[in-house]
Write a new protein. Structure first.
Length: 200
């Protein structure tokens, strides 16, 4: 028995083996495909490749007999380059299964939207408005507070606020007209400070 000359080229999906057997009779050529083996026979010529570097699909693999060579197409079970026809390397299928989708029907864990949760917490911890705390937000918030207080007040309360504020030089603000309406409101500077009238 003689071993015919042969060569191959491959893609990730398929390996094509050319067996140079000039004038081979298609009726006499025999090619056996096995998952990790290939046997080519024609008369006294025989080429046996075992174990193949990777696993093939015997059902999809085929061959054609030409005038100069027999072309054998091996369909790979797992995508990737072999680099050699035969090899004792472990079956690539055991290391790289073709099934990439999970076979279990376990429900996927939903990912928490941490950013949304953080924004929600921060939103609920907003700074107190001037309605809730007159000291919040500085002078602008204080002004807003007094404007709202003045807008919601009755006529006597408004008069008391204006009179007390003007007469005290801005040091007192009273909403009690019964008290403010009877007498002049004294200037009461904050403790530790002295009130001075600005020269016009």
């Amino acid at each position: 028995m003689s071993v015919p000359r042969h060569e191959f080229y491959e893609t990730d999906e398929k390996l094509t083996l050319s067996v140079f057997d000039k004038g081979a009779d298609p009726e006499q050529v025999s090619v056996k495909f096995e998952p990790r083996a290939l046997v080519y026979e024609n008369g006294d010529k025989k080429l046996e490749l075992s174990p193949l570097t990777g696993q093939i699909d015997p059902e999809k693999s085929d061959y054609t007999v030409g005038k100069v060579k027999v072309e054998i197409r091996l369909v790979k079970m797992a995508q990737g380059r072999w680099g050699a026809l035969v090899g004792d390397s472990p079956d690539p299928l055991t290391a790289f299964p073709t099934v990439s989708a999970p076979t279990s029907s376990a429900p996927r864990k939903s990912r928490k939207n941490w950013e949304g949760i953080t924004n929600e917490i921060l939103g609920s911890e907003k700074n107190p408005s001037s309605n809730e705390d007159p000291n919040a937000g500085g002078d602008a918030a204080v002004n807003d507070f007094f404007q709202k207080l003045y807008a919601d007040a009755d006529e006597d309360t408004r008069r008391a606020m204006l009179k007390s504020y003007q007469e005290s030089g801005g040091t007192t603000l009273s909403t009690n007209w019964d008290e403010v309406g009877k007498q002049k409101v004294d200037i009461k500077p904050p403790e530790g400070s002295e009130w001075k009238k600005w020269a016009a």
